[in-house]
Write a new protein. Structure first.
Ligand code: SAH
Length: 219
């Protein structure tokens, strides 16, 4: 099932256009990213009961006390991640239902994705396969550790909030590479972009956000 076919019927093109327009109004500029928000059938990443709300710009529950990220945040993070380089290999922490993964997939060469809840990962793996997405390798595990096997990465994107910058993720960043991560306690998180320079890291804030916590340790 291709992305386009999967999306037909469930929601009108107009509903998706409205979402894309809203993200443009909020400052998303990358055409590639906006095209992906339009193309990816977000209703297939949530429960059927919530499908009619899939093209609203809100986070929605996906079970296991987790949420699918708000489209604006996915767009913002993806745009920030890709603005620095011609994206080759990306590490994603917090696969969840795989929406961010699907948005990113055609824009980069290879994604390595780590999720803490194996049960969720099993379903997500199948969902992305059904959507003909093949350039992703998955691993159940603790994102605080990154995934050293395929390091270094040109970009790392984290979909859950860390109380501090994870040391291992900084180590696994290639020179010139970028880490996009919400940092801070619940209610006071800052979307942070860290760029690895030759001999130091540069850090800028992209604004306040609200994410589920990046849980420490094994499930
Ligand atoms: N990327 C998803 C959002 C997932 S919500 C989307 O596109 O909508 C955040 C995810 O991070 C959850 O699935 C949660 O289980 C996972 N997570 C939390 N702590 C983690 C950790 N330490 N390592 C890996 N995944 C973690």
């Amino acid at each position: 099932m291709s992305l386009e076919r999967a999306g037909i019927g469930m929601t009108s093109a107009r509903t998706r256009d409205r979402l894309v327009q809203r993200l443009m109004d909020q400052g998303i500029q990358s055409h590639a990213v906006l095209e992906q928000i339009r193309n990816v059938p977000r209703h297939l990443f949530v429960d059927e009961a919530l499908a009619s709300r899939a093209y609203e710009d809100t986070a929605l529950p996906i079970g296991h006390a987790q949420t699918i990220s708000q489209p604006f945040i996915v767009a913002r993070m993806t745009e920030a991640l890709l603005s620095g380089f011609t994206g080759a290999s990306i590490l994603e922490i917090g696969t969840g239902c795989g929406y961010q993964t699907a948005v990113l997939s055609p824009l980069v060469k290879q994604i390595y994705s780590v999720e803490r809840i194996p049960e969720m990962l099993r379903k997500t793996r199948q969902r992305l396969r059904d959507l003909d997405i093949y350039n992703v390798q998955f691993r159940p595990g603790d994102g605080w550790q990154g995934w050293s096997k395929y390091a270094p990465y040109d970009g790392i994107i984290v979909a859950a909030a860390a109380v501090e910058l994870p040391e291992k993720l900084l180590e696994q960043l290639a020179p010139g590479g970028r880490l996009i991560i919400p940092v801070g306690p619940p209610g006071r998180q800052d979307l942070t972009m860290v760029t690895r320079m030759n001999d130091h890291f540069e850090q800028v804030s992209l604004g306040a956000v609200r994410f589920v916590p990046l849980v420490a340790g094994k499930l």
